[in-house]
Design a binder for this molecule. Sequence first.
Ligand code: CA
Length: 84
Amino acid sequence: MSDLITAMGLLHKVFDEHAKGDGKLNKQELTKLLTTEFGLKAGDKDTNETMDKVFKGLDADESGFVEFAEYVTFVAAMALLLGK
Ligand SMILES: [Ca+2]
């Protein structure tokens, strides 16, 4: 399997683990994903405010959930930021 196919599979795997079967992330699940995968610290006031902003920013269709397409957009943006 190519590296890219493997990466796409992992992208799905991480999302599905945090979405817990319903195919979308609520704010709590997104917070868990970001703290687990990006090492952000949960619980302090700054993090909570940041999470509110991140969640609103990602929930492009304002469904109240971050669906896979919205999550992929975020991961792509992070990949660009982290670069090389
Ligand atoms: Ca959404």
